[in-house]
Design a protein around this ligand. Structure first.
Ligand code: SF4
Ligand code: SF3
Length: 559
């Protein structure tokens, strides 16, 4: 195996014996095989779309297939094998669509000839080799087959491979957000078309470095649309988040802990547990759920338990109820809680019961069989500062900036992770001067969201904008502030101090670059899949820089 798609890549180079995340070589090979099959599917689906032929099942499968290969999502070989076989079915479906739409005149051989001309114009190579993923057929041993399709086979040129990887990881991250959208009934044809076009392009040997850089930027643009769609889907369904205190203590009663990002799954669980004496707690990225009127109305959504995802193995032992993951980030479960752990959606771990569909009875029964919590109230923290809540007090904020009470805004957020270097974000937040406001989002907030920051004239100094899924909200706030001050976002007294871990952070970064946002500080380390030349390109064009120390970075920003 070789994988370096996340920030945990072994030795900062790549995992080649076993994933630091817990991904075994067999699972890595199956994910590589699935990704290769998805490229084949994308090639046919892209050609079919050019002839106005499409199929919603293909569009949705593309999202699910990509999302399953995101870090800390699917560790289950059996589920991945099923996904690979379904991928082949979908590819055959896309092929049939294409052949039908082209009037049946073009036999399969003709298709490959056409692709060959489209891809390379190189007459010396056999056509099937040029469009190899389109000719992919799952072998009997899917893991062994996947071994040939590792990322190092993407391209021989290190810079082109780096740009392809940025694009592929961007697509994986965007697939996660688009999958949340489709679960909420939101679809967009332009978005689906881009997935097919871009993934097909990664198999095109005729494309060069700048083609992939352009596609990566386009991925950032399309992702802005996806995240806007997700934002409105959440607001339509659950209302706009409002500032809400969240209890960190416990309430007497049986308990279920929900981890992940999927708000619809949480809503369904709240409906099914109502009146059953079970209290529901959020974990990790579910914390912002408490701010939504449509979710906070359930009195048995009582609080948040624990910190960010990387602490689950040591914290879950102390949760005396059922635990369910609805998206990333799951880790190898410790023996002390495997008997009460469940997964849902695309997240899976071998041997852990997976809930297919929307019936959570098994989870409820498990919770009822466990002791639950005593009453032990704790501290409260504030969530719910989405764009409507923040912009609702825009006048006050603008006045505070103009009057000099607020000097600077820091967006400190992104993914959390296990590396000790991530203490940077805690220290940075603690050292932010008292006349500055911190906006935060995603699970990186757990580095400091339980500290007291106070307020500036009634404006809390720490504003929790939401999940990583709510990056759109932070962008809306920045754009509105720029409008109010009649300047560009880069001219605002705003600095972005971001932490990354998995591929959703990659696509958010691409969206920020697409918006022309400069001077982002990124840590705790730079991605191993960025080649030195591609890094130079990012530094020259976007002045992106690695974090150094909180003192040095604050001095450089505030002067
Ligand atoms: Fe390693 Fe991250 Fe890949 Fe897991 S996802 S194998 S930790 S690089
Ligand atoms: Fe966190 Fe996994 Fe990325 Fe949603 S839960 S931000 S790491």
């Amino acid at each position: 195996m070789f994988c370096h798609q996340c920030e945990q890549a072994a030795k900062g180079i790549g995992c080649d014996v076993m994933g630091v995340c817990g991904k075994k070589p067999e699972v890595a090979a199956l994910q590589d095989n699935l990704l290769y099959g998805l490229k084949g599917l994308a090639i046919y689906a892209n050609e079919a779309r050019k002839l106005e032929a499409k199929d919603p099942a293909i569009d949705v499968f593309m999202l699910e297939g990509l999302f399953a290969t995101v870090t800390n999502v699917d560790f289950d070989p059996a589920r991945l094998e099923a996904a690979i076989r379904k991928c082949f079915e979908m590819k055959e479906k896309a092929k049939a669509l294409y052949l039908k739409a082209s009037g049946g005149a073009e036999a399969e051989g003709g298709f490959f000839q056409k692709l060959k001309a489209f891809f390379t114009g190189d007459e010396s190579k056999p056509a099937q080799e040029v469009a190899a993923p389109a000719a992919w057929v799952p072998a009997a041993d899917l893991a062994k087959q996947g071994d040939q399709y590792g990322i190092m086979t993407f391209h021989n040129d290190a810079d082109i491979r780096s740009a392809i990887e940025i694009l592929v990881y961007g697509l994986k991250g965007m697939a996660a957000y688009a999958d949340h959208c489709q679960i909420l009934g939101k679809h967009d044809d332009e978005v689906y078309a881009f997935f097919h076009k871009a993934l097909a392009a990664t198999a095109d040997p005729a494309l060069g470095l700048m083609d992939y850089v352009e596609l990566a930027m386009e991925c950032g643009k399309v992702n802005l649309k996806v995240m806007g769609m997700l934002d409105s889907a959440h607001i339509e369904r659950f209302g706009s988040p409002v500032p809400t205190p969240v209890q960190l203590g416990t309430k007497a009663g049986k308990a279920i802990l929900v981890s992940g990002h999927d708000l619809l799954m949480l809503e369904e669980l709240l409906k099914q547990t109502e009146g059953k004496g079970i209290n529901v707690y959020t974990h990790g990225e579910m914390l912002p759920a408490h701010g939504y009127p449509g979710l906070k109305k359930y009195a048995h959504l009582v609080g948040n338990f624990g910190g960010a995802w990387q602490d689950q193995a040591k914290e879950f032992d102390g949760f005396p109820g059922a635990i369910i993951f609805n998206t990333n980030c799951i880790q190898r479960p410790a023996a002390s809680y495997t008997d009460r752990l469940f997964t849902w959606g695309l997240v899976a771990w071998p041997g852990i019961p997976h809930i297919d569909g929307w019936d959570f009875n098994a989870v409820i029964e498990k919770a009822q069989s466990l002791p639950g919590f005593p009453d032990a109230p704790g501290k409260e923290i504030l969530v719910g500062f989405g764009h409507d809540a923040v912009l609702g007090v825009a006048d006050k904020v603008i006045e505070a900036v103009k009057g000099g009470a607020v000097k600077h805004f820091f967006l400190i957020g992104g993914c959390d992770g296990a590396k000790p270097g991530r203490n940077y974000y805690t220290e940075f937040a603690e050292k932010v001067p008292k006349d500055c406001v911190i906006l935060t989002l995603a699970c990186g907030k757990y580095r400091f969201n339980k500290l007291d920051f106070g307020d500036i004239g009634g404006i809390p100094r720490l504003l929790d904008v939401g999940q990583c899924n709510d990056a759109y909200s932070a962008i809306q706030i920045a754009v509105a502030l720029a409008g109010a001050f009649q300047c560009g976002v880069n001219d605002l007294p705003l600095s972005l101090i971001l932490s990354w871990y998995e591929q959703k952070a990659v696509v958010i970064l691409l969206t920020l670059l697409h918006l022309g946002i400069k001077n982002i500080k990124l840590g705790p380390s730079l991605p191993a899949f960025i080649s030195p030349n591609v890094l130079n390109f990012l530094v020259e064009n976007f002045k992106i820089a690695p974090i150094s120390t909180p003192d040095e970075d604050l001095k450089a920003i505030l002067g």
